[in-house]
Write a protein that binds this ligand. Structure first.
Ligand code: SF4
Length: 443
């Protein structure tokens, strides 16, 4: 059996694509290996959100190219994901030993590509499309990573063109996958024993906007998923603030399987900066959306994303970001220093770039604020009883511990002598640290 190794970088969307590509390859006789030196087919599924990750992908290709030249001429090498989509044919100039480049739009072309490279061709499949690959997706199973949570993409691409973001250039225009296929993938995952379904998209709330033949949105999909029998949870990420409708909040609140968790990137706490980022809301509007969700959904966790040192951001504007985290009581935020990406509008504002050391200093202050608020948020739950879904079991410094997640996405460590992974347990929260809660099982 030929063996395949895929190195996956970046976001959950890439991880989900890798699971799908492995499913296709297994269908054609490949076996996955975790050891690149054993593989006949080596692939890197790339991310282009930051320069660092792009550089890492090319250095990995360089290493594999060396193996091919020096000792393993039979191996085939491929690059897929966002860097592949962006660089296309250029990859062959930079790394002549690469056999194929597969962009993000047509991952279901992989079987055909494998046939062609095995006949000695070099293949670049990076054409854009405004369609999903739903029909082809039905033909293959998905080789999901063994876990309790199954990721299911519901939209691909994005139409928003935030000035710092490369996604619209690498993932194309927004396309919604058909509900029937999503429901099938969810049922299959539940049959395989997964206990949680996370719906994925750059902008999940705009799901269905592009359907010409029906009026069907995220709230409708949630209702149909919720009606599937069994004990499981449903989550959805990522939400664009102004696309969150009252109907969606109410639906999420009413449905018993949908978790009390919203991830709503704010990116900056300053309205002027938001305008320059081409975000379609200001500080006040974002605050109102968060307040509405908090009023309607008790115990909801709201997390966000922020960029430090966007071109032209003043110290005062950066402080607005820090104060927004406090004012809107954001439970946790992902953070990053601004990194210019080719083709994006903000990457051209070179004269406004913030010096590297200043960006790093702002990022450190931002991270400190995130830590402070995360701890504050965790403290609210000490003494409470909560349900967790157990995700792992390990021995930590001589103690057996299970780790689970509450409905509102808090991690809880609980002493436990047996592996209870995949079970729903009630725990009492006995204490907390910055990033997690401690608990004990309630009989
Ligand atoms: S909404 Fe998100 S994915 Fe779309 S362009 Fe903006 S940051 Fe990028």
């Amino acid at each position: 059996m030929p063996k395949v190794y895929i190195e996956t970088m970046g976001c959950q969307m890439n991880k989900s694509d890798t699971e799908r590509m492995l499913g296709m390859l297994e269908h054609f006789g490949y076996e996955e290996t975790k050891e690149p030196k054993e593989a006949d087919l080596l692939m890197v599924n790339t991310c282009s959100i930051r320069q660092l990750s792009e550089d890492k992908a090319f250095s990995l290709l360089g290493l594999w190219g060396k193996w091919k030249k020096e000792s393993r001429p039979h191996i085939k090498i491929g690059i897929c994901g966002c860097v592949a989509q962006q660089k296309a044919e250029e990859v062959f100039k930079r790394a002549h030993y690469v056999d194929f480049v597969l962009g993000t739009h047509k991952i279901y072309s992989l079987p055909e590509i494998i046939k062609r490279i095995n006949n000695g061709e070099k293949v670049c499949e990076c054409a854009e499309t405004n369609q999903t690959e739903d029909e082809k997706a039905k033909e293959y199973s998905i080789d999901r990573v063994k876990a309790v949570n199954a990721w299911i993409p519901i939209t691909e691409g994005c139409n928003n063109f935030c000035t710092y973001c490369i996604v619209p250039y690498t993932r194309g225009r927004e396309r919604s996958r058909q509900p029937e296929l999503i429901l099938k993938e969810a049922k299959d995952a539940l049959k395989q024993g997964f206990k949680e379904i996370t719906l994925l998209g750059q902008n999940v709330d705009s799901y269905g906007k592009d359907f010409k033949d029906k009026s069907y949105r995220l709230a409708d999909l949630l209702k149909e998923l919720n009606a599937i029998e069994g004990n499981f949870r449903i989550r959805f990420v990522t939400s664009y603030p102004t696309d969150i409708t009252d109907e969606l909040i109410q639906t999420a609140k009413d449905l018993d399987k949908v978790c009390e968790y919203f991830h709503i990137p704010m990116q900056s706490g300053n309205s002027e900066v938001l305008k320059k980022m081409n975000r379609r809301y200001d500080r006040e509007t974002y605050g109102k959306i968060v307040a509405k969700i908090r009023t309607m959904v008790p115990d909801v966790t709201i997390t966000s994303d922020f960029i430090a040192g966007f071109p032209g951001e003043t110290e005062e504007q950066f402080r607005d970001t820090l104060s927004a985290i406090d004012e809107f009581e954001l439970d946790y935020s992902n953070t990053a220093a601004y990194s210019p990406r080719e083709k994006t509008v903000a990457a051209k504002w070179v004269d406004k770039f913030i010096p590297e050391d200043e960006k790093i200093e702002r990022l450190a202050r931002l991270n400190e604020k995130v830590r402070e608020n995360c701890l504050k948020s965790n403290k609210k739950y000490v003494g409470r009883e909560m349900e967790i879904l157990v995700e792992s079991f390990e021995n930590h410094k001589g103690k057996n511990i299970i780790t689970g997640r509450t409905r509102n996405n808090k991690l809880v460590h609980v002493p436990c002598e047996t592996d209870r992974t995949g079970e729903f347990l009630n725990v009492k929260i006995t204490g907390c640290k910055t990033w997690y809660l401690n608990g004990e099982i309630v009989d």
